[in-house]
Design a protein around this ligand. Structure first.
Ligand code: AMP
Ligand code: FE
Ligand code: FE
Ligand code: ZN
Length: 284
C-alpha cells in the first residue's frame, strides 16, 4: 500500500520543520512516498534523503519554483539531479532577489507604522526568505493575531506591504527542471483563480513547453475542481500528482496528507511518476 504526499516545505524555505523532522513526522503518520518541495531551494534534500532512507521511506527529490510576477504561478520539479549546476545557480539568484524583496516589504511596513526587524525576519527564515517569515515577525510584534491576518491585511497582492517577485516565465522553470533531468508539474492550479477555459488553454501551452503533469490533488481543489483537473490531465495525457503543501502549523493549520483523501488513484499515479522519472534518468 502506497501512502503519498508529494508537496511539503521544510525550514529550507518557509516550512516550520527541519527536513529530518519532516521525514520523521511523515513516517510516523504512515507515509511511504514523499517529496520535499521547498520554494526555490534544493538545500533540504540531502538531510531529508539521509533520514528517509534510514526510516525506509521513498523520497523523491523535489522543488517548487516561483514563477509569474503579480500573478504567482508555481512549478513543481521532481526526480531531478539536486547537484545540477544551472538549477542551483537559479535558486541562488532567486534567494538573493527574495532577500532584496523582503527588505522592500519590511521598509513598506515601517512606512505604515508597523516596523519589524529585518534581522528577526532573517533569523526566522534561515533558508529562503518569503512572506511567511515577514508575517511571523509581524505576529511576534503583536501587529496581527495570525499569519493569515498578516497576509489578508498587508502581504497579499493589492495590500500595502506587498512587493511582487521578479518575473520568471513558466517556460524557463520547466526548461531548468527538464535540463536537470526532472519532471515539471503545475502546482495547485486552483490557486491561479482563473476560469476553466483560461486554465485549459494555459496548461495546453505549457505542455507544449515541456510541462509533464498537473497537481490535481491539493487542499485548494474541492471535489469538483479535482475532477475537472483530472479530466484535463487525462485528456492531455499528463501525469497526475497530489500534495498537501504542508508548511507546519505556525504557517497554515494543515497536516501532512491533508486534502488527499480524494486521491483514489494514488497508487497508479505514483507508479506512473516514478516510472517516468526512471525512464528520464535512463535516457541521460
Ligand atoms: P512568497 O514566496 O514570499 O511569495 O510567499 C508565498 C508563501 O506564503 C506561500 O508559499 C505560502 O506558504 C504562504 N502563504 C500565501 N498566502 C498565505 C495565506 N493567506 N496565509 C498563510 N500563508 C500564506
Ligand atoms: Fe510556502
Ligand atoms: Fe505553492
Ligand atoms: Zn508549496
Amino acid at each position: 500500500m502506497i501512502k503519498a504526499d508529494l508537496h511539503m516545505h521544510s525550514t529550507a524555505s518557509d516550512g516550520v520543520y527541519a527536513p529530518d523532522e519532516l521525514m520523521k513526522r511523515a513516517v510516523g503518520l504512515g507515509f511511504t512516498h514523499v517529496a520535499l518541495t521547498d520554494h526555490d531551494s534544493v538545500a533540504g534534500i540531502p538531510l531529508a534523503r539521509e533520514t528517509a532512507e534510514k526510516l525506509g521511506m521513498t523520497l523523491t527529490n523535489g522543488v517548487e519554483l516561483s514563477c509569474g510576477a503579480q500573478k504567482e504561478i508555481h512549478v513543481l520539479g521532481y526526480g531531478f539531479d539536486p547537484d545540477n549546476e544551472a538549477l542551483r545557480a537559479f535558486c541562488e539568484e532567486r534567494v538573493a532577489q527574495r532577500e532584496a524583496r523582503t527588505a522592500a516589504m519590511v521598509q513598506r511596513l515601517c512606512e505604515l507604522g508597523k516596523p519589524i526587524d529585518m534581522a528577526r525576519v532573517r533569523e526566522l527564515a534561515r533558508g529562503v526568505m518569503g512572506r511567511p517569515h515577514v508575517a511571523r515577525a509581524m505576529l511576534e510584534a503583536g501587529y496581527v493575531l495570525s499569519v493569515s491576518e498578516a497576509f489578508d491585511r498587508y502581504l497579499k497582492p493589492g495590500r500595502p506591504a506587498y512587493v511582487p517577485k521578479e518575473d520568471v516565465k513558466v517556460s524557463e522553470a520547466v526548461r531548468l527542471i527538464d535540463q536537470a533531468g526532472g519532471i515539471a508539474v503545475l502546482a495547485h492550479p486552483m490557486e491561479l483563480k482563473m476560469g476553466d477555459t483560461m486554465l485549459e488553454s494555459l496548461i495546453g501551452e505549457w505542455k507544449g513547453q515541456g510541462l509533464a503533469g498537473v497537481e490535481v490533488y491539493h487542499p485548494s481543489a474541492q471535489n469538483n475542481h479535482a475532477s475537472f483537473l483530472l479530466h484535463l490531465a487525462q485528456r492531455e495525457n499528463m501525469l497526475v500528482t497530489g500534495g498537501s503543501d504542508f508548511h507546519g502549523e505556525a504557517v497554515r493549520r494543515t497536516e501532512i496528507g491533508e486534502g488527499l483523501d480524494r486521491w483514489r488513484t494514488m497508487e497508479s499515479d505514483m507508479h506512473a511518476l516514478l516510472e517516468r522519472i526512471r525512464i528520464t534518468q535512463q535516457a541521460r
